[in-house]
Ligand binder design. Structure first.
Ligand SMILES: Cc1ncc(COP(=O)(O)O)c(C=O)c1O
Length: 453
């Protein structure tokens, strides 16, 4: 397409004007670029639970974007807040200076997150939040004089974004194997057990898998272990819900050995599980919590790391002249005014429209309908929690991703944006969607899932 145009954006017209060179210029993330560019699926608008495709079709958004636009697309309050901020304060440096919305949003997050999560560090994504959390954990122990406490423990199949720390502590081999040596980390076993197949909600079996943490801490010595990071529910690896009691056991082991517990709530934060946070649902408070996604309803990139008072005070009480930075970390766009404005507006909607209650109210129906797909050809497992579900598809030709990809492409033809990852298709509808939309989604899946090769 021609040079940048400053007039009003018209995504539809611009879609029609794209050239082969434009397609070639954009290296798309986590995408089979060659396949996409031979058969583009362009999105030009979004409203409520639907996208508009370039060919004018309404496409049901079955994953709230990427689990991030859960309060519905096109919220005018958020758009207005962003536009207003852009006019009044387009940018303010976050190092040594600040703007009021940053403090306001931090207070708001503090009030909404579980008791004890008291101080907020802003980032621009879930990946940055994961790496920031890792650095906070390591620096915390340094400040406490426990300089050997540097080792990190994650969990197999965990996903903590794509920066170096998150890629390392994450447990998805496909995301790690191309990059040579990463940060040294250990991994707990995942909790995907045959006994738990087709569990509804929180599975019964496997709490004892948490005890692997004891062994790993013992292997290295507690004096060498800084932190354990897990998602309360693994999302990207296909909605792996921890067994009953598992997270409590992790918490107890961390307490016993003075190891920080980090919950990555980037996906579970703000209602996805039918509770405000995974921490709340499972009754376990971590020391550090990472957030992103729904924080701005996906409208502006933003992440946050929330820490307990002990961690914050440890940094603040460091023996340094007052003018010196306590934590040598931060981003040009930390607490960007547009992101803060979007965050405040999104959290207004979150509270005013009782988003958690809406998600919780729809969740049983969603569970019922999704589990209704059991028995279809190729379906190996169905897992769900709140408004999250994954359908595991039997692998064909040694290619776990092939059928899920085929299903997703067929869904697009049928007017559904459907995410696939590994051997699963994944569902995370918006909290504002209706039962009829869940019905149509499941009806289409019922037709297309058995139809793939
Ligand atoms: C649990 C979790 N952590 C981190 C991330 C990475 O977030 P981002 O893509 O914003 O960097 C994701 C994204 O899906 C996630 O689900």
């Amino acid at each position: 397409m021609a040079t940048t145009q400053l007039q009003r954006m018209d995504f539809s017209q611009r879609a029609n004007a794209l050239t082969a060179a434009d397609f070639d210029a954009y290296w798309m993330p986590f995408t089979g670029n060659r396949q996409y560019k031979s058969d583009p699926r362009l999105i030009v608008g979004a409203q409520g639970c639907y996208y508009t495709a370039a060919d004018g079709r309404q496409i049901f958004d079955s994953l709230s974007g990427l689990w991030c636009a859960s309060f519905g697309h096109g919220r005018s309050e958020i758009a207005d807040a962003i536009a207003h901020a852009a006019r009044e304060l387009d940018y303010a440096p976050p190092f040594q200076f600040a703007h009021p919305l940053a403090f306001e949003l931090a207070s708001r997050i503090k009030a909404l997150t579980p008791t004890g999560m008291d101080h907020v560090f802003f980032t621009n994504s879930g990946s940055e939040s994961a790496d920031t959390a890792i650095k906070i954990a390591r620096a915390y122990w340094q400040k406490r004089g426990a300089t050997q406490k540097t080792r990190l423990i994650g969990r197999a199949k965990g996903y903590h974004g794509v920066n170096v720390g998150g890629t390392s502590i994450g447990g998805i081999e496909a995301n790690q194997k191309h990059f040579g040596d990463l940060l040294a980390t250990e991994h707990l076993p995942h909790t995907l057990l045959d006994d738990n197949r087709f569990s509804r909600g929180i599975p019964e079996h496997g709490a004892e898998l948490a005890d692997a943490l004891e062994d790993q801490i013992a292997a290295h010595g507690a004096d060498n272990v800084a932190a354990v990071m897990v998602e309360p529910m693994s999302g990207s690896a296909g909605v792996i819900v921890p067994p009953k009691g598992y997270l409590r056991r992790l918490r107890a082991i961390c307490d016993r050995h003075d190891v920080l517990l980090i919950f990555d709530e980037v996906l579970t934060g703000f209602g996805r599980t039918g509770a405000s946070f995974g921490a709340e649902l499972f009754g376990v408070t971590p020391d550090v919590m990472t957030l992103a996604k729904n924080l701005t309803n996906g409208a502006v990139p933003m992440g946050a790391v929330v820490v307990n008072d002990d961690i914050y005070r440890t940094f603040m009480n460091a023996d340094l002249p007052e003018y010196q930075v306590e934590f040598a970390h931060g981003y040009t766009y930390s607490a960007h005014p547009l992101a803060c404005a979007a965050g405040l507006a999104a959290l207004d909607i979150y509270e005013r429209d009782n988003m958690v209650e809406r998600a919780a109210a729809l969740a049983p129906y969603f569970e019922e309908q999704v589990h209704g797909l059991r028995g279809l050809a190729h379906v190996a497992d169905i897992r769900n929690l709140g408004l999250a579900a994954a359908i595991e598809i039997e692998t064909v030709d040694g290619e776990p991703g092939k059928r899920p990809w085929q299903i997703s492409m067929a869904a697009w033809q049928r007017g559904i944006y459907l995410r696939f990852g590994g051997n699963t298709i994944q569902l995370g509808p918006q909290y504002v969607c209706e039962r009829e939309q869940i019905d149509s989604l499941c009806n289409v899946l019922e037709e297309i899932v058995p139809g793939v090769d």
